[in-house]
Design a protein around this ligand. Structure first.
Ligand SMILES: Nc1nc2c(ncn2[C@@H]2O[C@H](COP(=O)(O)OP(=O)(O)O)[C@@H](O)[C@H]2O)c(=O)[nH]1
Ligand SMILES: [Mg+2]
Length: 639
């Protein structure tokens, strides 16, 4: 069965609620106050099935004071019934509601002239002409105009037929998108607990599923029960009026304006980049930093309008705008919104959301920002991914950010990553979780590392290289460790940079020593070689060195570090051994194993090597770490 959400629109007392009642038999005015005063205050709901189409009606209030409630109902409709009373014709809220439908990009609708029992044919003709002229150039320009009386029932059957006909032309919703249900009502049902209702605007929701309530601090909530258009079911699909019984949350913690979303997908945001249209009926230009009421889904928040690249927006014109909200909302690109003036509240414009996780823009960057927004507006799903990653510059973009920003499922993002890394437009900085960075900033970082190392080598020719952490601090302080790792890895893979222990150097770098220095360094290495497995300390080396080499404390330290970096000397805890002494030891142990078996203890080790306990213990521990021996209780096994 096809399911269509129909909204009413039109001035107060023009017969919207009566029309819904005549069509469905349901009185959509459900509040006590509505019954007493005979006016609709909040949105109401009713159902009608014609053939194989199920219509869910959302009846909205017409009074200007309740436009905010009207907006909470009209956001998710597929089709509008623009209601005009024959005895009054077009009135202010007819126009305001119609503007809203256009700004929300409602795709299709019907025009209904009500109360035809109250006027003569001539009056009807006049009203019809007035309406026809009014809708010229709009989505209702060619819409059928139906004449009805809810009092006598005249024209109601024709209206049902017209509804069924228009629906055959098709209204499609994206069932594969991330599920979103903007909440319009919250209440308790005895024995069930908390129930929320809303129009499921995308995706699908199943019983037992866990959903995020955004914005809120609430943990994810479990769907205990589901109803679609008043009937229990196990799954609700996009475009259906849905009631959800939620587990583990109190009514007081939920309100209209919040959104139920598939778990772990979207992020609430305080900033939106949008394309804003100021209605030509707006009473004055919109100045930058003006405060407006932003209506999106069922939410209403106060937002500041930051015009990008202009200081003033004239009625009837469009602009690229950053909206900064005083409270977070949950949105996605392509969503429509309405803005109303702060005081007095009147609908002044609306538009389309382009980016929900933008940077805070500075006015002087406006030109570049506008260019990005134009590109995003034109882009298809894959291209958007590439653009967002490019816009993120050196910081790169994580998959979670791309999902929350696009509402695109992970598979599509993986596909984009594959496609754009193949042609090297993007680079994968990390795979799990996926982090993408654009080529240009990546290469810029690479270049900065290269230059930093080059300058360092120039300044410190005797140093073997720059400490890894120091380099990270200098260039990557504000970036994630993954970006740092990826840049260094790419440089080492290309053999431009050599990473030795915690030191990075250009592969072309050789420590430049004078012949005299080189001789001194060799002398020092030789002293360690001679001390074998009972190594001297740096202090000893200094005093034992032949005076002509001038090995003072500074030289001893520096040359020893160079020898350690090149691997000629090896640090074992506090001790420094010559590499060949350790290599000999390895051979000695292997020979012992062949002749006497693998088992040794500290005593045997001391006999074999002639070293005292002071050296034996650190050496054995070193051998354990090198997996040459393995400790088993008090003995060891030669591996
Ligand atoms: N004569 C006549 N009165 C109507 C018709 N439709 C609505 N009304 C009356 O107009 C008033 C306002 O109707 P209502 O449906 O509440 O208007 P809404 O504010 O647009 O929802 C009520 O007193 C209705 O009885 C109609 O077709 N003919
Ligand atoms: Mg009403």
């Amino acid at each position: 069965m096809k399911r269509i959400i129909v909204g009413t629109a039109g001035h107060i007392d023009h017969g919207k609620t009566s029309l819904v009642r005549a069509l469905t038999g349901v009185d959509a005015d459900r509040l006590k106050e509505e019954k007493e005063r005979g006016i609709t205050i909040d949105i109401g709901f009713a159902d009608l099935t014609v053939g194989d189409v199920h219509f869910g009606f959302i009846d909205v209030p017409g009074h200007e004071r309740f436009v905010k409630n009207m907006l909470a109902g009209v956001h998710g409709i597929d089709l509008v019934l623009l209601v005009v009373a024959a005895d009054e014709g077009l009135m202010p809220q007819t126009r305001e509601h119609f503007d809203i439908c256009q700004l929300l990009a409602v795709k299709t609708g019907l025009i209904v002239i009500t109360k035809i029992d109250m006027v003569d044919e001539e009056m009807l003709e006049l009203v019809e002409d007035e309406i026809k002229e009014y809708v010229v150039g709009s989505f209702l320009a060619n819409a059928p105009i139906l004449r009805v009386s809810s009092k006598t029932g005249q024209g109601i059957e024709e209206l049902k037929k017209a509804l069924a006909t228009i629906v055959q032309r098709g209204v499609a919703r994206d069932e594969n998108a991330i599920a979103r249900l903007p909440i319009d009502r919250v209440f308790t049902i005895k024995g069930f607990g908390t129930v929320v209702t809303g129009t499921l605007i995308a995706g699908h929701i199943k019983t037992g599923e866990v959903l995020d309530l955004l914005p809120s601090d609430s943990r994810p909530l479990k769907v205990r029960g589901l109803q679609v258009h008043g009937k229990s079911t196990t799954e609700a699909k996009a475009g259906e009026r849905t009631a959800i019984n939620l587990q583990g949350i109190d009514v007081a913690e939920i309100a209209r304006g919040q959104v139920l979303v598939a778990a772990d997908r979207l992020i609430a945001t305080n900033m939106l980049d949008v394309q804003l249209q100021l209605l030509s009926s707006a009473s004055k230009p919109l100045r930058t930093r003006a405060r407006v009421r932003l209506h999106h889904g069922t939410a209403e928040v106060i937002a500041r309008v930051i015009l990008l690249g202009q200081t003033e927006l004239l009625p009837g014109q469009n602009a690229w705008v950053q909206l900064r909200c005083d409270q977070p909302i949950v949105a996605l690109p392509q969503d429509r919104f309405i803005v109303r003036s702060y005081s007095p509240a009147a609908t002044i414009g609306g538009g389309k959301i382009i980016d929900v996780l933008p940077q805070k823009h500075r006015i002087r960057e406006a030109a570049g920002v506008v260019q990005n927004l134009q590109a995003l507006e034109q882009a298809d799903a894959l291209e958007k991914i590439a653009l967002w990653v490019e816009m993120a510059g050196e910081r790169g973009c994580a998959k979670a950010n791309l999902v929350a920003r696009s509402g695109i499922m992970e598979e599509t993002i993986n596909k984009a990553a594959e496609q754009f890394t193949k042609n090297r437009r993007l680079i994968i900085a990390a795979t799990n979780p996926l982090l993408l960075i654009a080529r240009e900033p990546f290469e810029h970082l690479t270049k900065r590392v290269r230059e930093l190392l080059k300058n360092f080598h120039k300044k410190e020719p005797l140093s073997s290289g720059l400490g890894r952490e120091e380099l990270r601090e200098k260039i990557f302080a504000k970036l994630s460790p993954e970006i740092f790792r990826a840049v260094i890895q790419s440089l080492t893979e290309r053999a431009e940079v050599v990473a030795e222990k915690d030191v990075l150097r250009l592969s072309s770098h050789r420590v430049a020593l004078s012949p005299e220095e080189q001789a001194a360094k060799d002398h020092l290495a030789n002293l360690f070689l001679q001390s074998g497995l009972q190594p001297i300390s740096l202090e000893d080396a200094k005093s034992q060195a032949a005076p002509q080499f001038g090995i003072d404390a500074g030289r001893a330290q520096r040359f020893a570090q160079m020898l350690v970096n090149s691997g000629e000397l090896v640090r074992v805890g506090e001790l420094i051994f010559h590499r060949s002494a350790l290599e000999n030891l390895r051979d000695v142990l292997q020979n012992y194993k062949v002749e006497n078996g693998a088992k040794i203890d500290v005593g045997i080790f001391k006999d074999l090597t002639g070293v005292s306990r002071k050296y034996a213990i650190p050496l054995l521990e070193y051998l354990d770490r090198q997996r040459i021996t393995r400790r088993i209780g008090e003995t060891r096994e030669i591996l």
